[in-house]
Design a protein around this ligand. Structure first.
Ligand SMILES: N[C@@H](CCC(=O)N[C@@H](CS)C(=O)NCC(=O)O)C(=O)O
Length: 329
């Protein structure tokens, strides 16, 4: 695990000393947007027009942020238009590696690179920052469009409509304002909350993360006892953003990150909702539990120094969710 400093790799773990034992996630470095006509998006520069075959995704099946991008690629029908390279599940002293020995890992399909940092350095030779997945790569300009999953899924949601002919909308105009506070709470206390609990190096930092996490799961359980989806009858990006954390929860976060007040299977509505989303067409193919389990337990030796990859429970994600009753007729 490490990061790039002026284009050079430095092997170091997250610094929690300067933050009282708290894990603080860095901002993503590349924030351009693919748009239908190539005009600039809400941040970064223009020149990234939506075209079939022009873009490539670098992902880890283990990573919940990269998983969002894989899900949107599947939902929007982008699989024939945007290729994918899957990194090796283990993230060790060289960071993400593009090896293909682990089943499901593909190596680098574009350049045959060994490490993901080579892709970052191709985009920015003097790069300073973390080498994270997902990465949306522009094959034409040979640069990174974006490494921020929240923005990649919004590009996928609408920029490629003319390319795919798919107009499904998971960020509809009338829900954009009310989605924001839901996304913000879930990001802070759930998606990132599990990491803050897991990577905490002081009791205070752990307590500060784990209680809000379970308060939020209780809050979501209550919403889902009345609503089929977070925003009501309609599935939105808020649900997919939540799903990638929930689907990993019982196998990884519960044990490895000490988020163990309850499991997701202990919440009737959350558990049925995760199954419904898992069974959504195209989604199960984006979930690879071997990568998920191996990555976390093996990569984080600060938390699991002997790198023992445990057996994990096997909840039945294929059981019927029976949530139709919550939809308005
Ligand atoms: N803000 C980013 C976060 C991505 C992220 O932190 N990915 C993790 C994997 S789950 C990573 O690549 N970490 C490597 C590192 O921090 O060095 C996003 O949502 O796209």
């Amino acid at each position: 695990m490490g990061l790039l400093v002026d284009g050079n790799w430095q092997d170091q773990w997250y610094d929690t000393k300067s933050s009282g034992g708290k894990f603080v996630r860095s901002e993503a470095s590349f924030r351009n947007w693919v748009t239908a006509d190539g005009s600039a998006g809400p941040s970064g520069e223009g020149g990234f027009k939506a075209e079939s075959g022009r873009y490539h995704l670098y992902v880890s099946y283990a990573c919940p942020w990269a998983h969002r991008a894989l899900i949107f690629r599947a939902l929007i029908g982008l699989t024939d238009h945007i290729g994918v390279s899957v990194v090796d599940p283990d993230m060790l002293s060289d960071g993400w590696e593009l090896k293909s020995a682990f089943p499901g890992a593909t190596g680098d399909k574009l350049y045959g690179a060994t490490f993901l940092r080579e892709i970052y350095l191709k985009a920015k030779p003097d790069m300073t920052g973390r080498v994270t997945v997902p990465v949306l790569w522009d094959i034409e300009r040979e640069t990174i469009v974006s490494n921020e999953s929240a923005e990649i899924i919004r590009m996928f949601n609408s920029a490629f409509n003319e390319v795919t002919g798919n107009h499904d909308d998971y960020w509809p105009e009338h829900l954009r304002a009310p989605i924001e506070p839901v996304n913000a709470r879930i990001y802070d206390t759930v998606n990132n909350g599990v990491y803050k609990a897991g990577f905490a190096t002081s009791q205070e930092a752990y307590d500060e993360a784990v209680h809000p996490l379970f308060d939020s799961l209780d809050w979501i359980e209550d919403i889902l006892s009345r609503n089929r989806y977070l925003m009501g009858d309609r599935i939105t990006e808020a649900d997919w953003r939540l799903f990638t954390t929930l689907v990993r929860f019982d196998k990884v976060y519960h044990t490895h990150f000490k988020c163990n007040r309850q499991r997701i299977v202990d919440y009737p509505n959350l558990w049925a909702y995760v199954r419904e989303l898992y069974q959504w067409p195209g989604v199960a193919e984006t979930v690879n539990f071997d990568h998920i389990v191996h990555h976390y337990y093996y990569s984080h030796d600060t938390i699991n120094p002997h790198r023992i990859v445990p057996i994990t429970a096997d909840p039945d994600f294929h059981a019927a969710p029976n949530r139709e009753r919550l939809s308005a007729a």
